[in-house]
Design a protein around this ligand. Structure first.
Ligand code: ARG
Length: 298
């Protein structure tokens, strides 16, 4: 699932600063980048849906003006066959979460669509969630996602067949905001992470008990080597999308010589796409894509 960028341009640096963006944005350039990314995904055999195309004219009038609407990753997540809806930590994103959830709800069977009954203040943005394998899911409770939200989705995750929820608590800075600014899966046996994650313990919640594990030990336990980066350009380098197990879709701005410099990535097919204008809003390709259905791998 995607959503085209807003109909509003961000005219200058002062405005960009006030809305939490890095730079002014030209809506025409943003749309062109989006359509280009959409085309690449379709060429790769992915069925693409833009939720805004399912909104009524009145709803669209509002949606068109929501500057963060292209960052659909945060809205919801699919764990196995279960859709779980998110809840934003910043109120300017509330309308788009609501609208997208309403559209999505009409696509899925009610027993596959779970809206956690968020206890007060519980927030859950799916840029903070990463599925490691059939057993384990990693969630960052940092700047955007709260520990209370984990309580409300824990049972749904276990019911979906997972046995571990590994909770990390990353620094609450802009460049470490979501898990996917710091960490991403690169291959069946490789994850990329900013090197500072090495110092963080994870709280691993299981059905019956809780244990602690250091980040790298935990990854190793699940068969992943950590490709640790000590220098990086956060969004383009780390916020890429795995289109399928063989192919990575990454920003043109990414330093691929650095990010993809690993023996386990020699066979990887890498597709670069120019999303520079869209990255100015503080999100990258992963943030701009919400995978709903994935191919089962053996
Ligand atoms: N999954 C992500 N990293 N999303 C980034 C969202 C950025 C957006 N400007 C926000 O503040 O919410």
């Amino acid at each position: 699932m995607l959503c085209k960028p807003s109909e509003l341009s961000i005219p200058d640096m002062k405005t960009a600063y006030q809305v939490g963006w890095k730079a002014p944005v030209d809506k025409r350039k943003a749309l062109a980048s989006h359509l280009n990314m959409r085309q690449v995904l379709e060429e790769q055999g992915i069925q693409v849906i833009d939720y805004s195309e399912y909104l009524s004219a009145t709803e669209l009038k509002l949606n068109d003006q929501l500057i963060n609407r292209c960052y659909v990753r945060d809205l919801a997540g699919v764990v196995r066959k279960q859709v779980i809806t998110g809840r934003p930590a910043i109120s300017m994103r509330l309308p788009e979460y609501d609208q997208a959830h309403q559209v999505m709800q009409s696509w899925f069977n009610p027993d596959r669509f779970f809206t956690p009954n968020g206890t007060k203040g519980a927030t859950l943005e799916f840029g903070d969630v990463s599925i490691l394998n059939r057993d384990a899911i990693v969630i960052n409770v940092g700047k955007r996602t709260s520990i209370g939200a984990i309580e409300s989705i824990k049972q749904a995750i276990f019911d979906a067949g997972f046995s571990e929820i590994a909770v990390i608590d990353l620094p609450r800075h802009d460049d470490t905001m979501h898990l996917d600014f710091n960490f991403n899966v690169m291959a069946a046996n490789l994850v990329v992470a900013k090197s500072f994650l090495r110092f963080f313990p994870l709280r691993v919640i299981c059905r019956e008990h809780t244990r602690y594990a250091m980040f790298e030990d935990y990854m190793r336990y699940h068969g992943y080597e950590v490709h640790a980066l000590s220098s990086y350009d956060t969004i383009p380098d780390i916020n890429f999308l795995n289109i399928n197990p063989e192919t990575i879709l990454i920003s043109q701005q990414a330093n691929t010589a650095r990010v993809l410099d690993h023996p386990k990535l020699k066979q990887k097919k890498v597709i670069k796409v120019d999303v520079t204008e869209l990255e100015k809003g503080g999100g990258g390709i992963r943030c701009m894509t919400l995978p709903l259905r994935r191919r089962e791998i053996s």
